[in-house]
Design a protein around this ligand. Structure first.
Ligand SMILES: NC(=O)C1=CN([C@@H]2O[C@H](COP(=O)(O)OP(=O)(O)OC[C@H]3O[C@@H](n4cnc5c(N)ncnc54)[C@H](OP(=O)(O)O)[C@@H]3O)[C@@H](O)[C@H]2O)C=CC1
Ligand SMILES: CC(=O)[C@H](N)C(=O)O
Length: 255
């Protein structure tokens, strides 16, 4: 069984990855997020459908480096050999022109999407030493390839993930760790509700008149990436809703 460590597993793409990988009977799951209750609900769902799937959940805020160190140190010994890290935890806060942006929003995005990914990676790599086929998958974004109006800092954080993925692939070559970036377009998860701070109407409007991707669409792709033989790595995979030609060009059904 390969041990997969998924950050941000309490909803959306992370939760979908947990469910898809559990169903393949090849993985055991190490899941973290800030909402432990959501993680335990997910664990119950997964183990109801896959009774033999081992799942270990723990509460973690990826922005807190000392908590990461402590939580990884305190893992049960049989969870300390990790094969796959999926750096999924991330968010956007607001959608404001830079001149109107809130520096607290900027801090949250940078601390979560960039520094959180770095902290988790730094402290997980030592736990991947024993793996025969170690793999790190970073959740990038179309926002890491293009910039869109008012996307400013969120786009900058995903551009940073794009650069860090390339850098990690170079630096970790000596350790034989595969590194992949998965870069989705619009995926209907809690993402927009988080971005708009609970404004469900505004979040729903993001996807009006088109079929966005689902968390499972991305999880299925990650499952494929992980299934490649040892000599094959998918470096970077941009995946969009058919209706979204680029970061800002979408085709919506007329009402
Ligand atoms: N949805 C989309 O359109 C796209 C999303 N992405 C990226 O995909 C990733 C997953 O997003 P998505 O599933 O859509 O969004 P969701 O909001 O549904 O999920 C985000 C996950 O990240 C976790 N998270 C957020 N902040 C922290 C933190 N500080 N510490 C630990 N976990 C945290 C949340 O858990 P909790 O709140 O319990 O801590 C949640 O489980 C993100 O990196 C996002 O940028 C990329 C392209 C498109
Ligand atoms: C594509 C994403 O990362 C996100 N949905 C966004 O609005 O930029």
């Amino acid at each position: 069984m390969r041990t997969v460590f998924i950050t941000g597993a309490s909803s959306g793409i992370g939760a979908a990855c947990a469910e898809v990988l559990a169903s393949e009977k090849k993985y055991r799951l190490l899941l973290c997020a800030r909402r432990l209750s959501k993680l335990t609900e997910l664990q119950k769902r997964i183990q109801a459908q896959n009774p033999d799937c081992e799942v270990f959940c723990f509460e973690l805020d990826v922005r807190d480096q000392s908590d990461i160190i402590q939580k990884l140190k305190n893992l049960p010994n049989d969870w300390k050999d990790i094969d796959i890290l999926i750096n999924n935890a991330g968010l956007s806060q607001g959608l404001d022109l830079i001149q109107n942006g809130d520096p607290d929003d900027w801090d949250r995005m940078i601390d979560t999407n960039v520094k959180g990914l770095l902290y988790v990676t730094k402290h997980t790599i030592p736990l991947m030493q024993e793996s025969t086929h170690p793999h790190i998958i970073n959740l990038g974004s179309i926002a890491g390839k293009e910039v869109y109006p008012s996307g400013n800092v969120y786009c900058a954080t995903k551009h940073a993930v794009d650069a860090l993925t390339k850098a990690m692939r170079i630096d970790l070559l000596e350790k034989g760790i595969k590194v992949t970036s998965i870069d989705p377009g619009m995926v209907e998860t809690e993402f927009s509700e988080v971005r708009f701070k609970g404004d469900k109407e505004r979040a729903k409007n993001v996807y009006n008149g088109l079929t966005p991707l689902s968390g499972k669409d991305i999880a299925d792709i990650i499952s494929f990436v992980l299934s490649r033989p040892a000599h094959v790595n998918i470096n970077d995979l941009l995946v969009m809703p058919t209706a979204q030609a680029s970061g800002t060009i979408v085709k919506r059904d007329t009402l």
